[in-house]
Design a protein around this ligand. Structure first.
Ligand code: GTP
Ligand code: MG
Ligand code: ZN
Length: 407
C-alpha cells in the first residue's frame, strides 16, 4: 500500500469499533475471493495461449509483465472503505447486532434484486429483505433472481438476508463493466427461453448461439422463441425460417409466436409447463409483452422500439420472477445489447457446437479448431450444406471475440 494511502487507511480504522473492524475484514476477504476467481480465469486463458507457442521465449515482454500487483488484505479493506465509505459499514453492523444470535431463520426464493435490498417469496408472501453491504460489491454474482436464501427478522422487524444456497443451475455472463466478475441473470431455472424477434429488432442468430452456449454451461435447457411473426408475410417468413431450421435439426424446440395477435402462445405455454423459465434476449424482442400475454394479471411495463433503428429501449430494468400458474414460473429480464460468455476457453468453444462433432472425427488434425487447418472435415461439411453456414460463421465470430478477450 502506498504511504499516502496507508495514512488514510489508519485514520479510517481508528474510527471503527471492534465489530465494525471485523465486518470490514470479512468483506475485504469476500472481495479478494471474488477477484481471485476472475484472476484464475484470466490466468487460465493466458496459459493456454502460452501453451500454443513453442516456448516461453516467444511470449512478449509485455505479456510477461501483465501480472497484477500483489494486494494484501489491508489493500482489499482499503478498497472496501474507498468504494463504500464508513457509514454503510456501520449500518451493516447495526443490523447484525439487531439480529442477535437466536433469531429464527426463514427460507425463501429471490423474486427481484434491487440496490441493497431484495424481494423474497416465502411461505406464500413477498418479504422485502435488506441485503447488507457485505453482498453489495459482489451482489451481481452472489445474489440472483431464483436463488434460494435464508433470512431473519431483526428486533425492529426488518428482514435481513444472510445466506444463499448453492445453485443447481444458472445463466450468467461476464460483467460488461468489471473484468473478471460474473453476473448471474437467473438462478435455479429449468429452461432459458431465448426470445428473438423476426423483425424489429432484426433476428441475430449469433446472439441465439451465445445464449445456447450459456444455457449448456449453466445446466439449463434452451428453448428458442421467435416472436413478432405477425410482422412478416409468408414469403419473407420462409427465408427467416430457413435459418431457424438449423436449430430444429440439432433437436432444439423452436416456437414461433406473436404477443400481438396471440398466435403460437398455446405452444409456448405448453413448453413452459411444470418449470421455472427465464426469458432472455435483445431489448425490444417482446419478452415482457409475451409475459403479459401469458398472464394478463401481470401487466408489466413494455416499451416501443426505436422507429428508425428498430432497436429496443431497455424498458425492463430489473430481472423479476412471476408466477403464471401453479406450476409455471417465469423470470423476465432486461434486454441486453451484447452477450459475452463467462469463463469460456477458446479451445473449448467447438464442443458447444454439437453438430460439428460427427464431422470433426474426420478432420486431419485431432485438435483441429476448424478455422485455418487443411483437411478440415467441418469446413467441408459447411461447403456441402451439411452444417449450417450461419451457425459456422457465428462459431468463427464468437471464437474471434473470446480469443481477443483472453489475450
Ligand atoms: N408487432 C408486434 N409487436 C410486438 C410483439 N411483441 C412485442 N411487440 C412490441 O415490441 C415492443 C417491445 O416490447 P417489450 O415487451 O417491451 O420488449 P422487451 O423484450 O421486454 O424489451 P426490454 O424490456 O427492453 O428488454 C413493444 O412496442 C411491443 O408492443 C409482437 O408479437 N408483434
Ligand atoms: Mg421487457
Ligand atoms: Zn476441423
Amino acid at each position: 500500500m502506498k504511504k499516502s494511502k496507508r495514512k488514510f487507511f489508519q485514520q479510517q480504522l481508528k474510527k471503527l469499533n471492534e465489530s465494525e473492524k471485523k465486518q470490514l475484514y470479512k468483506r475485504a476477504a469476500n472481495l479478494r475471493k471474488a477477484s481471485q476467481v476472475g484472476a484464475m480465469n484470466r490466468k487460465h486463458s493466458f496459459r493456454s495461449k502460452i501453451d500454443h507457442r513453442s516456448n516461453w521465449d516467444n511470449v512478449t515482454n509485455f505479456e510477461k509483465k501483465k501480472k497484477a500487483p500483489k494486494m494484501d488484505i489491508d489493500d482489499w479493506a482499503l478498497k472496501v472503505l474507498e468504494e463504500e465509505g464508513i457509514q454503510t459499514l456501520r449500518e451493516t453492523c447495526r443490523h447484525r447486532e439487531d439480529l442477535g444470535e437466536y433469531s429464527e431463520k426463514h427460507y425463501g426464493m429471490i423474486e427481484e434484486v434491487m440496490p441493497a435490498e431484495c424481494l423474497v417469496y416465502s411461505e406464500g408472501s413477498d418479504v422485502r429483505c435488506i441485503i447488507g453491504p457485505e453482498f453489495s460489491m459482489t451482489q451481481k454474482s452472489d445474489l440472483a433472481v431464483g436463488d434460494n436464501v435464508y433470512f431473519s427478522y431483526s428486533k425492529h422487524g426488518t428482514a435481513v438476508l444472510h445466506s444463499v444456497e448453492q445453485r443447481k443451475s444458472c445463466i450468467s455472463r461476464p460483467d460488461p463493466t468489471k473484468a473478471g466478475i460474473e453476473r448471474v441473470t437467473a438462478a435455479n431455472v429449468d429452461k432459458a427461453v431465448i426470445v428473438a424477434a423476426i423483425k424489429r429488432p432484426e433476428l441475430r442468430p449469433s446472439l441465439i448461439d451465445r445464449y445456447l452456449i450459456a444455457a449448456q454451461k449453466g445446466g439449463v435447457e434452451p428453448v428458442i422463441c421467435v416472436n413478432k411473426i405477425d410482422l412478416i408475410n409468408d414469403s419473407a417468413r420462409e427465408k427467416e425460417m430457413e435459418i431457424l431450421k438449423a436449430y430444429q435439426e440439432i433437436g432444439l424446440d423452436v416456437v414461433e409466436c406473436s404477443a400481438e395477435n396471440g398466435s403460437g402462445l398455446y405452444e409456448l405455454k405448453k413448453s413452459l409447463a411444470s418449470s421455472r423459465s427465464v426469458f432472455v434476449g435483445h431489448s425490444g424482442t417482446g419478452k415482457t409483452s409475451l409475459l403479459n400475454r401469458l398472464c394478463p394479471n401481470v401487466d408489466a411495463q413494455t416499451g416501443s422500439v426505436h422507429n428508425g433503428t428498430g432497436l429496443g429501449r431497455h424498458t425492463t430494468k430489473n430481472s423479476k420472477l412471476y408466477q403464471i400458474e401453479n406450476n409455471i414460473w417465469i423470470i423476465d429480464t432486461p434486454g441486453i445489447r451484447e452477450f459475452g460468455l463467462w469463463d469460456m476457453n477458446p479451445d473449448d468453444l467447438k464442443w458447444y457446437f454439437e453438430e460439428f462433432d460427427y464431422f470433426a472425427e474426420n478432420c486431419r488434425y485431432s485438435d483441429c479448431s476448424h478455422t485455418h487447418e487443411p483437411g478440415c472435415a467441418v469446413k467441408q461439411a459447411v461447403q456441402s450444406g451439411d452444417i449450417s453456414r450461419t451457425r459456422y460463421e457465428s462459431y468463427l465470430r464468437i471464437l474471434e471475440t473470446i480469443s481477443k478477450n483472453s489475450s
